[in-house]
Write a protein that binds this ligand. Structure first.
Ligand code: PMP
Length: 450
């Protein structure tokens, strides 16, 4: 490894970073993280912080789980790779698929299609939903519905259903036939509806109206995150996902739950859908499936949808889709170990308790500081603070101030993720009470020092 000065000198010179302008990374080189332990990360200057981001909503087990590390290392020696395209498989892939099936049995999930990450998983669900209708004799069902503020990755399909135009505009034209409904975001919405349950009803009415307008038998699927993550931790009313489920069922539209963030305990239950009492037709997952120790995702298929594929003739039901690394043996070993550790450590219970602590601590700061416009969370370890420059007018805080707050929080001992006007948190699900308090105190220090 090159020495620290060499690394600093070459930071962002050859590497283009996702989700940022290359020029900005050159002007303000990214922090270099060199090692991690438990829920703490260390930068190249030795500064240690509590990882309030959990890598990127993904290091659910923290960074020191030896069971997962050893499973990966062993598999690298046994079989580092072999294709799982139809015709060959490997022992760890078979085992991992069964572990995933067990994990999601209560959600009605029957089959697993492995991918390399969340965007792949979303793409797979979107494609399979079209094919499902085609098999059933409705090839005209090609359109997709989704929520504004939703995030579904960056493939063309996912970007097309994404509800934040930052991820869309530079890459248009996207997939035709994608329509976006109002986000269940009581703090800001076109109805000026601050009551979450009433807002849920209004969006349900909007969905029915859109379906009738498009023609019910032209819509393949509706995709939503149970709690909208990257869009700012938007927590819908408890009635919302159930309402969406009922409408999908009524019109024969498949419901895809994008569980890439919510899955594996983050919401305080094993899936966000289960948290709201909903069984979707498909789920996209990634991140917590390996706690990010190896890049793996999966599209999960309900028993009902699986049966349609498995009983159709192979000309119609051939899945001409997949990735070189689908069911990668090393990834599969990581999945089996990670799920067994996730269950053993019962991470959902800690996520629920520590999530409440984080949410309530940050709500306290709303009382103290006018620039804290909205605090969202309270359902596991997904939390956001939305900053405003004028509380009465809800004027979004400027980017520079939000970044200054984030830097102040980092200096005070916690890594958090700026997405102006929000700062978002999704720490490891194994985070301790003391570490959560460090995050809250770091916010207090940074805002107080403005
Ligand atoms: N869906 C959701 C809900 C996500 O949050 C993300 C990533 N944050 C994705 C899809 C895309 O996943 P990936 O970055 O692994 O492709």
């Amino acid at each position: 490894m090159k020495d620290d000065n060499f690394l600093k000198e070459h930071n962002a010179k050859a590497l283009w970073h996702p989700m940022g302008a290359p020029g900005d990374s050159l002007a303000n080189p990214p922090v270099i993280i060199t090692r991690a332990e438990g829920s703490r990360i260390f930068d190249i200057d030795g500064h240690s912080t509590v990882d309030g981001v959990g890598g990127l909503w993904c290091a659910n087990l923290g960074y020191s789980n030896d069971v997962v590390k050893e499973a990966i290392a062993k598999q690298l020696y046994d079989l580092p790779y072999y294709s799982a395209f139809a015709g060959s498989t490997n022992p760890t892939a078979i085992e991992a698929s069964m572990a995933v099936q067990d994990f999601f049995a209560e959600d009605g999930i029957g089959r697993v299609f492995f991918t390399s990450g969340g965007s792949d998983s979303v793409e797979t669900c979107l494609r399979l939903s079209r094919q499902y209708h085609r098999i059933k004799g409705q090839p005209q069902r090609t359109k997709f519905l989704s929520l504004k503020k939703g995030y579904h990755g960056t493939h063309f399909g996912g970007a097309s259903v994404n509800g934040n135009n930052r991820f869309r505009i530079g890459y248009e034209p996207l997939l035709p036939g994608c329509f976006h409904l109002t986000a269940p975001y009581p703090y800001r919405n076109p109805y000026d509806e601050t009551d979450p349950a009433a807002l849920a009803q209004k969006i349900a009415a909007e969905m029915v109206d859109e379906i009738e307008f498009q023609g019910p038998d032209t819509i393949a699927a509706f995709i939503m995150e149970p709690i909208l993550g990257a869009g700012g931790v938007i927590v819908p009313d408890a009635s919302f996902m159930k309402l969406m489920r009922e409408i999908c069922t009524k019109y024969g539209i498949l419901m895809i739950a994008d569980e890439v963030i919510c899955g594996f305990g983050r919401t305080g239950d094993w899936t966000g859908s289960r948290h709201w009492g909903v069984k979707p037709d498909m789920m996209s997952v990634a991140k917590g499936i390996t706690s990010a120790y190896f890049p793996v995702g999966a599209a999960l298929i309900s028993e009902e949808v699986a049966e349609v594929f498995e009983t159709a003739d192979s000309a119609a039901a051939g899945i001409w889709h997949g990735y070189t690394y689908s069911a990668h043996p090393v990834g599969a070993a990581a999945v089996t170990a990670c799920l067994s550790e996730t269950l053993r450590l019962d991470t959902r219970t800690n996520a629920a308790a520590r999530g409440t602590q984080l949410y309530e601590g940050l709500l306290g700061l709303k009382e103290k500081y006018d620039i804290v416009g909205d605090v969202r969370g309270g359902h596991g370890l997904m939390t956001a603070v939305e900053f405003v420059s004028d509380r009465a007018k809800k004027t979004p805080m400027d980017v520079a101030t939000v970044k200054k707050i984030q830097k102040g929080i980092y200096d005070a001992g916690a890594m958090v993720r700026p997405a102006p006007p929000n700062i978002m948190m999704s720490p490891p699900l194994v985070i301790t009470e003391d570490e959560v308090q460090i995050i809250i105190d770091a916010f207090d220090t940074a805002i107080g020092a403005l």
